[in-house]
Design a protein around this ligand. Structure first.
Ligand SMILES: [Zn+2]
Length: 288
């Protein structure tokens, strides 16, 4: 059964979305976070909550709507969930048609889009037209582990929530290197950043992936701090300072970029190239 009780991490994000279910839920939500952070499960739980007819504790798991969801037969829920390849404009156009059909059972229609960055540019533009003025009954929940691949025009229309990676994913042995990098970034000192990034070059592939994961986690903390939320996933290693120096939008861009780099390491990119691009791009994203 879909329930918020199954989410032990990301308490603040869960709390605020849960509260929104009982008041005014945003019509377009973007859930970001690395692979395995629970975005898709959360999206499905939110959809169940939006369609549940109980007055308390949505999704209740008991009402007719919750039962239909359990059997995958709710007519007012639409999934776009492709595992591989890009999502074509035909899919987005089809969605555009469907969205104007009034809800069947409830007074809402919910659309879930997984890996939203896989919508190609034409598909994103087609979707944008709906997101600009969605029918009152329509709710979109997009999830992505690379929100940088989503057009800014779409992102700016979404209420954004970033999920932290699971705590036990972290190996803190490289925290000092990462702290050095975060502090160098705060000081906007490109030379210091380069020296720090070079210390990552000697790492093995799995260590480098871990270091980038830690940088991503530190940035997640910065994004939280910039939103006046608590819930750091790492100890304080300079996140506060960085959050005061770099704008929220730029932090999000940098977070996406780090996630892209992590995927490149996975795809066997040379550490020297990854480290050089870490330094140059991070500086550019934050300060230029
Ligand atoms: Zn229910």
């Amino acid at each position: 059964m879909l329930s918020f009780d199954s989410f032990s991490d990301n308490k603040e994000v869960i709390q605020s979305l849960k509260a929104a279910l009982n008041h005014r839920f945003p019509q377009t939500v973007l859930l970001t976070g690395s692979e395995g952070s629970g975005k898709w499960s959360l999206a499905k739980t939110l959809a169940a909550g939006l369609l549940c007819t109980s007055n308390t504790n949505k999704p209740c798991g008991i009402c007719e709507s919750c039962q239909k969801l359990k059997h995958n037969s709710h007519p007012d829920l639409e999934y776009i969930d492709f595992d591989d390849g890009e999502i074509s404009v035909a899919v987005a156009r089809d969605l555009r048609k469907k969205i104007y059909i009034l809800p069947n059972d409830s007074d809402r229609r919910v659309i879930l889009i997984r890996h939203a960055h896989k919508l190609n540019i034409s598909a994103q533009n087609a979707l944008l037209k709906v997101l600009e003025e969605p029918p009152k009954y329509a709710f979109f929940i997009l999830t992505s582990e690379q929100a940088g691949g989503i057009l800014e025009t779409i992102r700016s229309r979404c209420s954004k929530y970033n999920l932290a990676p699971k705590n036990d994913d972290f190996d803190l042995s490289l925290i000092d290197n990462v702290s050095g990098f975060i502090k160098a970034l705060s000081s906007a000192d490109e030379y210091k950043m380069l020296l720090n990034a070079m210390s990552f070059e000697k790492l093995s592939k799995s260590e480098l992936k871990n270091a980038l994961g830690l940088i991503g986690a530190a940035l997640h903390d910065c994004i939280f701090i910039a939103n006046n939320l608590s819930g750091n996933v790492l100890p304080e290693i300079g996140q506060k300072e960085l959050a005061s120096k770099v704008s929220y939008e730029r932090l999000i861009k940098l977070y996406d970029f780090i996630e892209t780099l992590r995927l490149r390491v996975q795809g066997n990119a040379a550490p020297s190239i990854v480290c050089a691009s870490l330094c140059a791009e991070a500086y550019q994203i934050c300060f230029m």
